[in-house]
Design a protein around this ligand. Structure first.
Ligand code: NDP
Length: 331
């Protein structure tokens, strides 16, 4: 079986591609440049090949790539801008996320009628909301949608990212309902993703947005205050496995898989750093050890856990493995 992975260079995608190849799948990845594609071929071997798609927001961006690969029967769409370093929210976050998704689905319908399963990497951002981060009386599940509006999304880059994921996932389900394509759609909706990079050699000074939350702790000085991150976490290796279940399993058909293990806070991450890596933690702030996790809406993902059928890596596991890789690379 050949799987097309749109956005193969990403933090989550690269784990997924690696796992797919280990399971015997062939992978065609889309990347933004030949240089990025060649690097992946070196890392992944002969079961991986690539197509260059420089801008997913351009109409027809995927048409040629799909026409060239009639052997593809599964399509994973993982590419979306995930950073807050933007000046034009609409152009840099909303448009690529939404157009990238509809362009992909349109191309599959037109040029990939043999494609049976499609998985879109959405996010908890399309489920939770700013209110859910603070209101402990709310309950969030696979059924919940972020109520964010277009106007609200334009207010700042963080809300812009929330909006980009919400509107892109909505566009995917709308396309699915209205166009009745040949494929079955599923989405994967992870919370903050932690865990090592797929390849040690890819650890650099600044990591992808979510892994940087952990990397950033190592850059603190003793007098700095503890960063304010609070939320929910899942390990990248579990996110990768979930992408595979999302297209292999019948139970995952037309489902949104809400991937979360539990809540975390920066203080908890720092506590783990102090207890497991005391030799590196010396020069870091201590904060209020044991202060505990964050609070917010009750998040229920029993349905997802049942479909997946595996246990998630816990906070200590994901934090320690992330730190180990970074500390080793910094030596
Ligand atoms: P990365 O930043 O590592 O990956 C993003 C990927 O999208 C890269 O391959 C990037 O290509 C590609 N991309 C971004 N913008 C464009 C564009 N305009 N045109 C073409 N390609 C583009 O992040 P993650 O791996 O963390 O994110 C992958 C997916 O998971 C995203 O959809 C994200 O929204 C979602 N997600 C991530 C979470 C997390 O905590 N990490 C949580 C929930 C959802 P390039 O490398 O060439 O720039």
């Amino acid at each position: 079986t050949t799987v097309f992975v749109l956005g193969a260079t990403g933090y989550i995608a690269l784990h997924t591609v690696k796992d797919l190849i280990n399971k015997g799948y062939s992978v065609v990845g889309s990347v933004r440049s030949e240089a990025k594609g060649d690097k992946l071929v070196k890392q992944l071997g002969e079961k991986f090949s690539y197509e260059v798609v420089p801008d997913i927001a351009v109409k027809g961006a995927f048409d040629e790539a799909l026409k060239k690969h009639p052997e593809v029967s599964v399509f994973l769409h993982t590419a979306s801008p995930f950073h807050f370093n933007v000046t034009d929210i609409e152009k840099q976050l909303l448009t690529p996320a939404i157009e990238g998704t509809t362009n992909a689905l349109r191309a599959i319908k037109a040029y990939g009628p043999q494609i049976k399963r499609v998985v879109v990497t959405s996010s908890y951002a399309a489920i939770g909301s700013a209110e859910a981060d603070v209101d402990t009386s709310l309950t969030i599940s696979e059924e919940t949608w972020n109520p964010i509006t277009w106007e609200k999304a334009l207010e700042n880059p963080i809300l812009g990212y929330y909006g980009s994921k919400t509107f892109a996932e909505k566009a995917a389900w709308d396309f699915y309902k209205n166009e009745k394509p040949n494929f079955i759609l599923s989405t994967v909706n992870p919370v903050y993703v932690f865990g090592p990079q797929a390849f040690d050699e890819d650890v650099r000074g600044t990591l992808n947005t979510s892994a940087e939350i952990i990397n950033g702790l190592l850059k603190l000085n003793k007098s700095d205050s503890v960063p304010p991150y609070k939320g929910l976490y899942i390990d990248v290796r579990d996110v990768s496995k979930a992408h595979i279940v999302a297209f292999e399993s019948d139970a995952a058909k037309e489902e949104r898989l809400l991937l979360t293990d539990d809540r975390f806070s920066s203080q908890q991450l720092l506590d783990i750093l102090h207890s497991k890596f005391p030799e590196y933690a010396d020069r870091l702030p201590i904060g209020n050890p044991g202060e505990g996790s964050s609070t917010g809406a009750k998040v229920v993902n029993d349905k997802t856990r049942k479909i997946l059928g595996f246990d998630f890596i816990n906070l200590e596991g994901t934090t320690v493995d992330t730190l180990k890789q970074i500390i080793e690379a910094n030596k």
